[in-house]
Design a protein around this ligand. Structure first.
Ligand code: ASP
Ligand code: MG
Length: 431
């Protein structure tokens, strides 16, 4: 039997009881005959608490020291988990990201993995031990300083290790049973998705579904590493994230059994966006370029862009775009400096917007999906402010107060709901 990488999130190891429960689960996998490598996150809300602590000391913690501080969270969980496993009579050894060979670039707070050289992990496995690795961290190849991969980065650590070790599967354990057709907290009829393609999962993650870290799915797709998302609080089979061909073959079987294969896989929502409108932009070449250059230099990641047709009488147009809410003020001040050169009339800022997206590989070959989505929104009295699409997604920006109605309406329109309540949220503070 091959290697299994198991990643446990903060809510699965929130306290000593959680650590012991997880330890037992790891041992069960080991007893089945697998070599087991475990990646852990910091216990409970530890990372947030450490950030709060740093901010109490100084408003702008130096990035190098902040990384040093935050990586301590994962070191606590890896050590106590190794102790718990040993106390149950099995060999376990903990390793920091650096010891596990996770080599990154030097960008503190958002380092990228550039190489994984897990010789110490392989050696531990050969000696029959369970290897426990601290997630979300590595060491810079150039500066040799300790780095972090960005919030939620332990998922990426797990997939990267799974790839480097040639594991059979990367299991990601959290406090829900898998990936659902919508967030169960706002859609009680959400159903668990048994299989989803990397591409759909990427769209779900990018559109605000909080189940997997975007970069971890990108990494898994690049190296075709199957991910099994499941709960550490139940034994249920979770959601398999696999290549599209593997999802399609199962869908085909279903169709042959006369079951309708789903066109829409899920509905995602995101409340972390804001909308900026540049009103009265002269309709001539170079204006949009100047506006988005300024936003880019303010390091903002823009998402949707809409430019209206200019009014014939004035020759002026409006350009709206969305961006992460926490980058809104910086972008606004960068844009306000442009007023004289670009010659726009005024800026509008709206941070009470939300984005709702329907995602599904089936939509690329099914006509009428947008019409059905927009009809459902209109019947629910939801006003659409912006629209964007990809081959497998349709997204709308709506007022934040209408996000839940929009999710519920889309979920019902595409018949995604189950008759029984399936989703159980077992733990976590949702922080
Ligand atoms: N502990 C880190 C965080 O909370 C990394 C992780 O959980 O994956 O962001
Ligand atoms: Mg965490």
């Amino acid at each position: 039997m091959g290697i299994v990488v198991q990643k446990f999130g903060g809510s699965s190891v929130a306290d000593a009881a959680g650590v012991k429960r997880v330890a037992q689960r790891i041992i069960n996998t080991k007893r089945e005959g697998h070599d087991v490598v475990v990646v852990v996150s910091a216990m409970g809300d530890t990372t947030d608490e450490l950030i709060d602590l740093a901010n109490e000391v100084t408003p702008l913690p130096p990035p190098r020291e902040l990384d040093m501080l935050l990586t301590a969270g994962e070191r606590i969980s890896m050590a106590v988990l190794a102790m718990a496993i040993q106390s149950l009579g099995h060999e376990a050894r903990s390793f920091t990201g650096s010891q596990a060979g996770v080599i990154t670039d030097a960008e503190h707070g958002r380092a990228k993995i550039i190489d994984v050289a897990p010789s110490r992990i392989t050696a531990a496995l050969q000696e029959g031990a369970i290897a426990i690795v601290a997630g979300f961290q590595g060491v810079s190849q150039t500066t040799k300083d300790i780095t972090t991969l960005g919030r939620g980065g332990s998922d990426t650590t797990a997939v990267a290790l799974a790839v480097a070790l040639g594991a059979e599967v990367c299991e990601i354990y959290s406090d829900v049973d898998g990936i659902f057709t919508a967030d169960p907290r706002i859609e009680p009829r959400a159903r668990k998705v048994p299989r989803i393609s990397y591409e759909e999962c990427l769209e779900m993650a990018a559109q605000g579904a909080k189940i997997l870290h975007l970069r971890c799915v990108e990494y898994a797709r690049r190296y075709d590493m199957p991910i099994h998302v499941r709960s550490s609080f139940s034994e249920k089979e979770g959601t398999w994230v696999v290549k599209a061909a593997d999802v399609a073959s199962v869908a085909k079987e279903k169709t042959e059994q006369n079951m309708e294969a789903a066109i829409i896989t899920g509905v995602a929502h995101d409340r972390s966006q804001a909308k900026i409108t540049v009103v009265g932009v002269p309709d001539k070449p170079g204006e949009a370029a100047a506006i988005f250059r300024a936003v880019a230099e303010a390091q903002s990641n823009i998402d949707m862009i809409v430019q209206n047709v200019s009014a014939a009488a004035t020759g002026l147009t409006d350009i709206s775009f969305t961006l992460p809410r926490n980058e809104g003020q910086t972008a606004m001040s960068a844009l306000s400096k442009l007023q004289a050169t670009v010659g726009y009339e005024r800026l509008q800022y709206d941070d009470s917007v939300g984005k709702v997206s329907i995602i599904g590989a089936g939509m690329s070959s099914a006509p009428g999906i947008s019409a059905r989505f927009f009809e459902a929104l209109s019947e629910a009295g939801v006003n659409i402010e912006m629209i964007s699409t990809s081959e497998i997604r349709v997204s709308v920006v709506v007022s934040e107060t209408q996000v839940q109605d929009a999710v519920n309406a889309a979920h019902a329109a595409f018949e995604l709901g189950s008759d029984e309540v399936e989703a159980v949220v077992y733990g976590g503070t949702g922080r």
